[in-house]
Design a protein around this ligand. Structure first.
Ligand SMILES: Cc1cc2nc3c(=O)[nH]c(=O)nc-3n(C[C@H](O)[C@H](O)[C@H](O)COP(=O)(O)OP(=O)(O)OC[C@H]3O[C@@H](n4cnc5c(N)ncnc54)[C@H](O)[C@@H]3O)c2cc1C
Length: 543
């Protein structure tokens, strides 16, 4: 019996180009990388293809499984992944999203990699974790030139090989990070894992790690205590003789999201490790890796904002309620425009930070100072905006947004992680304040950069004057760190939008976020604004 006809249901977003947000090519052009826009669009087409969307669905539904022992009771400490996971990793690495940028001589290598990684993160954030760690390890490893010479070229490889072998016998390596312990995550100096120096110059690690993602990586950077204090070590998963290093995987975490990524608890039972950098300087060494994964958190947050906007605009352009398409309902237009400007500001900030990485690598000290403070403040603010943004994009679907097939619950589950790992919200805000107070030249560089947009918008100028006054007396109070660092991040996004972005987006961003013509939730932009050009920019994904 046919009870009814199905109508007024939106077609899901399929076979789209994930790189189509205009802010991406505009920013690449602004920073001199227009010659490589096509490459970004190619990976965008792949990311939005039906084939890759299906791979992402498969890995979401089939999380990795830990096998601690074989049939005979021997320890094997192996995590098995669905083949779809390995396919996603293969594509990510062959497109240079892991360590390849460090070996790429293009002056925009990190910017291009960031644009591509952001587009690819719109598929499945979980496998992005090992890709990001494999990208991030290189600058930390450089602090031990011999290790860097041996492992660096392999970490820059593009041929993903899932099977474990002695690292130096492989073409391409993946990397993980092993810092967090039960008694202290943000406060890594509380680590209790011990490192004992051996006669041959290697070390033996004994202790545990409460979180170590991607435990099937080839190598890790781990923190452990020596007599000189907390130190950083390179730990291979497989030893030169082909045996498993003494790293036991105790269990995998049952997590809110990031399902395709195995996040494990491990124990080091005398694992062989190589010192990276100097004994006692572990934090200084590993922070070089952490800073690059922090950049990827900002890129990832911006990516899922764009994905939320893409899904939401696709839905509201097709669905009708109360006699009109939802996209033509004035209040829904306000919601979509508000979500879209957040995504544009976040995307521009993330690509600017990657551009600063390129400049800093080339020896530009001002860029390095800007990256230091800009990254800490954006890691705090952009990542903190993610979960609220995801919830609002989900609600644009009404009830269907709460249903798995819409893809929105996955976005909602992924959003908080970027703010938690690699420096949770408070820790990132305090880090930005630390940069400003202990290294005042970072703040001076930032103020000078923010002043380059003065004269383009009266509201921006007023906000900046006020912020500069706050910098002179509000930075010392830790309890106010979120507020002032959030304003710092907003000023950065406004400055970037004025200089490199779309004027209508910049005006709406400044009017709402800087001038205060805004409510406390999305969809509260002022009635005075013309939202049409903003909505038009949010529409390239519509089916
Ligand atoms: C899915 C997942 C994967 C992960 N993968 C890895 C991995 O591969 N390797 C790894 O080493 N770790 C990993 N982590 C751990 C992650 O980095 C830590 O959980 C994070 O750094 C926070 O540490 P914590 O859990 O000990 O929380 P805590 O440090 O106890 O922090 C708890 C809260 O207190 C706040 N806080 C801390 N210090 C201050 C302060 N001074 N003032 C005010 N507030 C403060 C924090 O912002 C946070 O909100 C992973 C975590 C997750 C969820």
């Amino acid at each position: 019996m046919q009870t009814h006809e199905v109508f007024n249901q939106a077609k899901s977003l399929k076979d789209f180009n994930a790189a189509k947000s205009p802010i991406i090519p505009e920013t690449l052009t602004a920073f001199g990388a227009e010659a490589r826009i096509l490459e970004v669009e190619e990976i965008g087409a792949l990311a939005g293809s039906a084939e890759v969307i299906e791979l992402a669905d498969i890995v979401e539904e089939n999380p990795p499984i830990l096998h601690t022992h074989d049939l005979q009771g021997n320890r094997i400490d192996t995590v098995k992944y669905d083949p779809a996971y390995h396919r996603l990793m293969t594509i990510a690495l062959e497109n240079g999203l892991a360590g390849a940028a460090w070996a790429d001589e293009d002056p925009n290598a990190h910017l291009i990699r960031a644009a591509k990684f952001g587009v690819w993160q719109m598929t499945d954030a979980g496998h992005g974790c090992p890709v990001s760690m494999s990208y991030a390890i290189a600058p930390a490893l450089r602090q031990s030139p011999e290790l860097s010479a041996a492992y660096g070229p392999l970490l820059a490889g593009r041929k993903y090989e899932a099977a474990l072998r002695p690292p130096l016998t492989k073409n391409t390596l993946t990397a993980g990070m092993s810092m967090t312990e039960k008694q202290g995550g943000s406060d890594v100096r509380a680590n209790t894992t011990k490192a004992e120096r051996q006669g041959d110059g290697t070390y033996r690690l004994i202790g545990h790690k409460w979180f170590t993602s991607a435990p099937m990586s080839d190598v890790y950077l781990a923190l452990a205590q020596t007599d000189a204090g907390l130190s950083c070590f390179l730990v291979p998963r497989i030893l030169e003789d082909g045996t498993l290093n003494e790293m036991r995987i105790m269990r995998l975490k049952d997590k809110l999201g990031n399902h395709s990524n195995a996040s494990s608890e491990i124990e080091y039972h005398g694992a062989t490790a190589y010192l990276v950098g100097e004994e006692g300087k572990g934090v200084k060494t590993i922070v070089e890796m952490v800073n690059s994964t922090r950049l990827d958190c900002v890129i990832g947050s911006a990516a899922i904002m764009r994905l939320g906007v893409a899904h939401a605009t696709n839905h509201v352009s097709q669905r009708e309620a109360f006699g009109k398409k939802l996209i033509d309902q004035p209040l829904m237009r306000n919601v979509i425009a508000d979500l879209a400007i957040e995504a544009e500001g976040a995307t521009l900030a993330s690509l600017w930070l990657a551009h600063l990485t390129d400049l800093a690598q080339a020896g530009d000290t001002n860029a390095a100072l800007l990256r230091r403070i800009g990254l800490a403040s954006s890691k705090y603010y952009v990542c903190k905006r993610g979960p609220e943004h995801a919830a609002e994009a989900l609600e644009c679907f009404g009830g269907n947004g709460y249903v798995e097939d819409s893809g929105m619950p996955k976005i909602y589950r992924e959003a908080p992680i970027y703010s938690i790992w690699e420096g949770s919200g408070n820790v990132s805000a305090l880090d930005a304040v630390r940069a400003a107070t202990r290294q005042p030249e970072t703040l001076e560089a930032l103020v000078a950069e923010l002043e380059t947009a003065v004269g383009a918008s009266e509201a921006y100028d007023l906000f900046l004057d006020d912020l500069k006054a706050k910098f002179s007396h509000n930075l010392a109070n830790e309890s106010g760190a979120r507020r002032i660092v959030g304003e710092m991040a907003l000023a950065i996004q406004a400055m970037l939008l004025l200089k490199y972005g779309n004027r209508a987006v910049a005006d709406a961003f400044i009017d709402s976020r800087l001038a205060g013509n805004w409510g406390t939730v999305y969809g509260t932009l002022s009635n005075e604004l013309n939202l049409d050009p903003i909505i038009e920019r949010a529409m390239p994904y519509v089916n």
